[in-house]
Write a protein that binds this ligand. Structure first.
Ligand code: ATP
Length: 488
């Protein structure tokens, strides 16, 4: 670890205030980021983390307060001043152009890649950085971004921001950088962050996965309702005290193995063994079935084919009996021009209609109910969906599926970006809904969530290689099956 800290912070925010209409997103934030540190930034959904990132990145000019880079006041210099101060940012909503190649996206981010042979240089740089950060990745850098999975897009965007063309990055901001990465890719990234700060760089790491914050940060800042409430070295925190500082408490886990009678429930999905698979796929009424394994090994494909199939293997024959929570919210989840309420109520318009028209009172009541249940932070459910923070948008997608009468809910890693307090509330809702007879098929990249399932199928290379039940469901067994194809 580099202890020779610079006298001037790489970035200093003083008294920063930002308001969006009636919502005060930042309410007098002070923040220093020094060379050689990985500063962890945590807080509930809507606490103001992405807003302070946008201010530091120069994309948003604060209504009050100042930002300086290396002791030099940015004075409204925007993105150019941030860039000159060595600031790079990997956004929560990925910002690559899907119709351009990875090489061309690298060029867009690095204006220094000009002149004869820039493509070759860009290709060499991005390939080398991808291999450095994510060893053994199989990304073709000559292909377009649109052909990549969401995890691969996240990997490319991260690698692009660590590249050095004319100048080395001084601060790399990572806003929920592992939201689409599985555990092993996330660990590769965290190892890279540790190496980068040990060599004198700085990182601002935002995550709702407290394990990676605690294992990677040198110092942690906790935000709540637009304010910094605690700043302390990582050694002064435990997972419990960190959650408490965010205004939540860790609830006791109830493992699925304690449930009885699950094996006797009727089958609602029963698919034969696919070629190459060791197991068929089945789900019973009231069961929470997890899909695990390394990301991109067929879990999302399984969910999509389940959703599309509705064949004779399915008991529910009507499409409204199956709900789907999309994993890529900006691509497949939100209707960006609609209000929060309309994004929620579209899930089950039939239940809200009277005399062939939507009953607005019923729609409002539905919105109020789910706003309270999942703590959607907004002053008004009629506001545009894009006025919500990322985690709050995700809650709306979740509420859309759960507010329908669907007997089966398919979930493609639906908790990404959701804060720990809300996650725990949603887990409790899932459990009680399952007990009331709903079936969930849940792909998750978070091991804690996989461990909440009744039964888990582990995927590898597009096929099911293991089935784990009750007490067999553990990180050790899932990892063993993910890598070797056999449960330990
Ligand atoms: N463009 C906008 N218009 C209106 N309100 C906004 C806008 N952007 C952010 N907000 C509001 O500002 C507050 C802070 O949002 P921000 O995105 O910074 O939260 P966050 O801590 O990053 O949350 P998350 O963990 O969900 O990503 C929220 O109440 C959000 O609804």
């Amino acid at each position: 670890m580099n202890n020779s800290l610079e006298p001037q912070p790489v970035v200093a925010a003083r008294g920063v205030r930002v308001a969006f209409g009636a919502v005060t997103a930042l309410d007098g934030v002070d923040l220093d980021i020094r060379a050689g540190e990985a500063l962890g930034l945590v807080g509930h959904n809507g606490a103001g983390k992405s807003t302070i990132v946008n201010v530091i990145n120069g994309g948003l000019t604060p209504h009050q307060g100042t930002i300086s880079y290396g002791g030099v006041d940015a004075a409204g210099g925007g993105v150019a001043a941030a860039r000159a101060g060595g600031v790079r940012c990997v956004f929560q909503e990925l910002s690559l152009c899907p119709n351009l190649t990875i090489v061309e996206n690298t060029r867009l981010m690095h204006q220094g890649l000009t002149g004869f042979g820039w493509r070759k240089r860009a290709l060499t740089l991005i390939r080398a950085k991808l291999d450095e950060v994510f060893p053994a990745n199989r990304i073709d850098c000559t292909g377009t971004v649109g052909e990549l999975s969401i995890a691969e897009r996240q990997m490319v965007e991260i690698a692009i921001n660590f590249i050095e063309v004319t100048e080395a990055p001084r601060l790399v901001i990572l806003d929920e950088p592992t939201s689409s990465l599985d555990a092993s890719l996330a660990e590769q990234l965290m190892a890279h962050v540790r190496r980068f700060v040990a060599a004198g760089g700085s990182v601002l790491l935002i995550s709702h996965i407290l394990g990676e914050i605690l294992s990677t940060s040198t110092r942690i800042v906790v935000m709540k309702d637009g304010k910094v409430v605690v700043t302390k070295p990582v050694a002064d925190f435990t997972a419990k005290s960190l959650v408490e500082a965010m205004g939540s408490v860790i609830k006791e886990k109830t493992h699925a193995a304690t449930r009885t009678g699950a094996n006797a429930a009727p089958l609602v999905v029963d698919l034969p063994v696919a070629p190459g698979s060791a197991f068929g796929f089945a789900a019973r009424k009231g069961e929470i079935v997890g899909l695990a394994g390394l990301g991109g090994h067929g879990q999302t494909d399984m969910l999509l084919s389940l959703y599309r199939a509705r064949s004779s293997n399915w008991r529910p024959q009507r499409p409204e009996e199956i709900a789907f929570v999309a994993g890529d919210r900006s691509l497949n989840g939100t209707f960006p021009l609609w209000s929060i309420l309309r994004n929620l109520s579209i899930g089950d318009l039939g239940a809200l209609s009277r005399l062939f028209a939507i009953d607005r009172d019923r729609e409002d009541a539905l919105g109020a109910d789910w706003k309270a249940k999942t703590a959607i932070r907004t002053p008004d459910m009629h506001n545009p969906i894009l006025s919500l923070s990322g985690g709050n948008q995700q809650k709306v997608l979740f509420a859309r599926a759960l507010s329908t009468p669907a007997a089966i809910v398919l979930m493609d890693d639906p908790m990404r970006g959701v804060d720990i307090g809300t996650k725990q509330d949603v887990y409790a809702i899932l459990r009680s809904e399952a007990e009331a007879g709903r079936t969930f098929v849940w792909y998750s990249t978070e091991m804690d969530e996989i461990c909440l399932c009744d039964r888990v199928y582990v995927f590898r290379d597009g096929v099911i290689v293991a089935e784990l039940k009750g007490e067999e469901i553990s990180e050790e067994h899932v990892l063993a099956a993910s890598f070797s194809g056999e449960a330990a």
